[in-house]
Write a protein that binds this ligand. Structure first.
Ligand code: SF4
Length: 332
């Protein structure tokens, strides 16, 4: 464990979805940054997982790079946390194969996440989709993470991983694999600009962190507000308004209090309210955008960071695989 990190090792992975949006930031990246203070953190861009559903791999490298840029610019510290690309440490595929022998097939096909994927990709129900949770478990287990930050809806994945660990340790009468604990995190549900659905790139209702101030303002001005407020003279209800939820995160307490009052008595119009939000959001994101632009000037440096992360991750992975092979009795 790294000096000063007293609480153990965290693992978290995310599929390379390219430029990150506000929902990614508030739901995950912010938490990644905070965890660095107390934990030894292993953050992985899980490109192998992406292969289960991507139609073309042409954008995979660029998406990986863009995501790494966002993570670094947001404040993930590579001199501290291990940040790397999943496929750069192929030991995970070996562990995936080994773990797949202790997981009953019916358990995998019964998982709601598998059924959901089948619904989403009826023409591409591949073997990788079935084994997806085993690969997720392999990621956590390979790096001997004892802590995995998750939202409540992801709790079953951690429980699944714990079961895999117990099955393996029991079957081979060993204790080399570590059961991870879930660190429940309050993940705010960040709604898209449509005000109806969770912010998501595929629904094109997102605001990219790296967008220009003009693009950001344009997106904000499209945000759906209180649907009952039709005319400027109608009083609004901030409690049901997505713009107001965002003000609570990016505006000052005084501004939030004022909007809360003025909206209800039609003292402020939605256009003005959104303009203020856009201004505050752009101000908040300015340092991030500056850092991102600096990293983007030196793409080689970003890949060097990912490769250095790979080397550190490999040290842990090799050790785990040595222990796993020994526990099973595989010839070295
Ligand atoms: Fe929402 Fe602001 Fe319009 Fe009120 S004034 S409905 S908080 S956008």
């Amino acid at each position: 464990m790294t000096m000063g990190k007293t609480k153990g090792r965290v693992f978290s992975g995310a599929r390379p979805t390219g430029r990150q949006h506000l929902g990614n930031y508030l739901g995950a990246i912010q938490n990644y940054i905070a965890l660095q203070e107390d934990y030894e953190c292993v953050y992985c861009i899980v490109d192998l997982h992406a292969l289960t559903t991507v139609e073309t791999t042409q954008e995979l490298r660029q998406n990986t790079y863009e995501m790494a840029l966002d993570w670094l610019a947001a404040g993930i510290r590579p001199e501290d946390a291990i940040i790397f690309v999943q496929s750069h440490v192929p030991e995970v595929t070996e562990l995936h194969t080994i773990l797949s022998m202790v997981v009953p097939l019916g358990k995998l096909t019964d998982l709601p996440t598998f059924k959901e994927k089948v619904r989403q990709h009826p023409n591409n129900i591949n073997y990788g989709l079935v084994g997806y949770p085993v690969l997720m478990a392999a990621d956590i287990i390979l790096y001997k993470a004892d802590t995995v930050p998750v939202g409540v809806d992801q709790a079953p994945h951690i429980e699944f991983t714990r079961e895999v660990v117990r099955s393996f340790n029991y079957r081979y009468q060993t204790n080399v694999l570590v059961e991870p604990n879930m660190k429940a995190t309050a993940v705010p549900k960040v709604m898209g600009i449509d005000g109806q659905n969770k912010m998501s790139k595929s629904l094109d209702n997102h605001i990219e962190l790296a967008a220009t101030p003009e693009e950001t303002t344009q997106r904000v001005m499209q945000m759906v507000t209180d649907p009952q407020r039709v005319r400027r003279t109608d009083p609004g209800n901030p409690d049901v308004c997505n713009v107001f939820s965002m003000h609570k995160i990016f505006s000052t307490p005084e501004q939030v209090a004022e909007i809360d009052v003025e909206c209800r008595r039609a003292g402020i119009g939605c256009v003005q309210c959104k303009q203020l939000y856009a201004k505050n959001l752009n101000t908040n994101l300015a340092p991030f955008r500056q850092r991102r632009a600096e990293f983007d000037q030196k793409p080689d440096q970003v890949w060097d960071i990912l490769h250095a992360g790979r080397d550190r991750a490999k040290v842990i992975a090799s050790q785990t695989m040595r222990e796993v092979r020994q526990a099973i009795g595989l010839a070295e």
